[in-house]
Design a protein around this ligand. Structure first.
Ligand code: NAD
Length: 417
């Protein structure tokens, strides 16, 4: 499906292909390598029946996409959302390859999704959907094949059910098949907060470089789930002023700073809108803030609103929040965009730590995990920044360049090209 707005490409699969071409054009890369990178190796479409609480049977559809396994098994989250499409899952798998490449993890990219609205399902129905999906894709996943993890509207509880289903199919305990699990089932310390933690680490480095003080810096966050909520908490603890947050129901804004504890309480018990200070959800992105964190879904910063963005730094906790056309406008305006494949790589990095711990059967403390994460995020941030300086380009293009070179090297070493 090709979606255009004002001649702008909005299909994430076409967007990632465009990003690959743009970065490859700056490198001396054979055309066939680019052609390999622009496609997924495998996409499995599945449908499976689920018994609903009222006794009826509903058929669900899902996908699992694996981009490239040149450098190791594929890895990436599973999304439960009504708008999941094959192209979206394929694009998200491709972004995972480049994300793993930026931070130097031995993985290619994978991604999965089930077309469903978890808000309309009971907890038991969500469990049956989770188990049905894993049964349906079980042939192509495994600790040395493809390792799923949580994404939008999936969480550690769901990962626990999925690990259980896979382990039962194989009559063995196989925690390394999936990451983001509860601690008791081999989850890692720090995994829940990792996406936000990595994002905050990159924001801290960007602010140092722009000589912006962290204390009192104003922050707006779109999305108040795993990525957005933990980012809010961590930045609040560092002395930043969280002035606006939103979720699927709406947005709130207080220039004096939100009382985060109250926002969290309302999120858990009622709705954040009970807080008052409601604003139009889209206007959150256009607030005059130091840092803007899109932490919900794709295509929220586009040709339509990029001109009006006032933030000095955009840290993409979400995958694919900015379209290529918007990217160009932000670059011309001098806004520093820390791209998704770097800014949210903390999640897959600690997922990698979880997988390593599962394979070793030996577990690290939270301090060890966070220190290892910080080493990787800070090193990767400066590798990307330095390459962007060298080529006078934006951070996204530089991040893609780093990964493309790694993939090319792996493909050559395996004799593929
Ligand atoms: P989540 O399900 O925990 O939270 C999603 C949040 O987005 C919820 O608060 C929801 O209300 C909100 N939301 C949905 N539609 C919205 C809208 N139109 N406007 C504003 N808010 C909206 O999901 P998550 O895991 O936090 O994922 C968020 C983003 O981060 C996704 O793009 C995901 O791919 C990316 N990401 C997540 C991880 C991870 O480890 N969870 C890792 C890397 C990237």
């Amino acid at each position: 499906m090709l979606k255009h707005s004002k001649n702008e490409i909005m299909n994430p699969y076409l967007i990632v292909q465009q990003q690959i071409e743009q970065a490859a054009a700056k490198l001396d890369i054979p055309k066939h390598v680019v052609e390999i990178l622009k496609r997924p190796q495998r996409v499995l479409c599945v449908s499976f029946p689920v018994k609903m609480d009222d006794g009826s049977i509903r058929v669900f559809e899902g996908y699992r996409s694996q981009h490239i396994d040149a450098i190791g098994p594929t890895k990436g989250g599973i999304r439960f959302h009504p708008d999941v499409t094959q192209d979206e899952v394929t694009a998200l798998a491709m972004w995972m390859t480049f994300k793993c490449g930026v931070v130097g993890l031995p993985y290619g990219g994978g991604k999965g999704g089930v077309v469903c609205d978890p808000n309309e399902l009971s907890k038991r129905e969500i469990e049956r959907v989770s188990r049905g999906y894993i049964e349906a894709i079980s042939q192509i996943i495994g600790p040395d094949k493809d390792i799923p993890a949580p994404d939008v509207y999936t969480n550690p509880t769901i990962m626990g059910w999925m690990m259980d289903t896979y382990s039962r199919i194989h009559h063995s305990f196989i925690p390394g098949v999936i990451t983001g699990k509860p601690l008791i089932l081999g989850g890692s310390q720090g995994r829940n907060e990792a996406t936000a933690a990595g994002c905050v680490m990159t924001i801290i480095e960007a602010m140092k470089q722009l000589q912006m003080p962290l204390k009192g810096a104003t922050v707006a966050i779109q999305g108040f789930g795993n990525a957005g909520r933990f980012a809010a908490k961590q930045l609040d603890a560092l002395g930043c002023r969280i002035v606006a947050v939103s979720d699927s129901r709406g947005a709130i804004h207080d220039p004096k700073g939100l009382d985060l504890k109250r926002v969290e309480y309302l999120k858990d018990h009622e709705t954040i809108l009970q807080y008052g200070h409601q604003i139009e959800p889209d206007s959150l992105l256009e607030l005059d803030v130091d840092v803007l964190i899109p932490a919900a879904l794709e295509n929220v910063i586009t040709l339509e609103n990029a001109d009006r963005i006032q933030a000095k730094i955009i840290a993409e906790a979400a995958n694919g929040p900015t379209t290529p056309a918007a990217d160009q406008i932000l670059f011309d305006k001098g806004i520093v965009v820390i791209p998704d494949i770097l800014a949210n790589a903390g999640g897959v990095t600690v997922s990698y730590f979880e997988w390593v711990q599962n394979l070793m059967n030996y577990y690290w403390s939270e301090e060890e995990v966070n220190q290892k994460l910080e080493d990787i995020m800070v090193r990767s941030y400066y590798e990307v920044w330095n390459l962007a300086e060298k080529y006078q380009t934006d951070l996204r293009t530089a991040a893609f360049m780093i990964s493309i070179l790694r993939m090319k090297e792996a493909m050559e070493a395996r004799g593929w090209v």
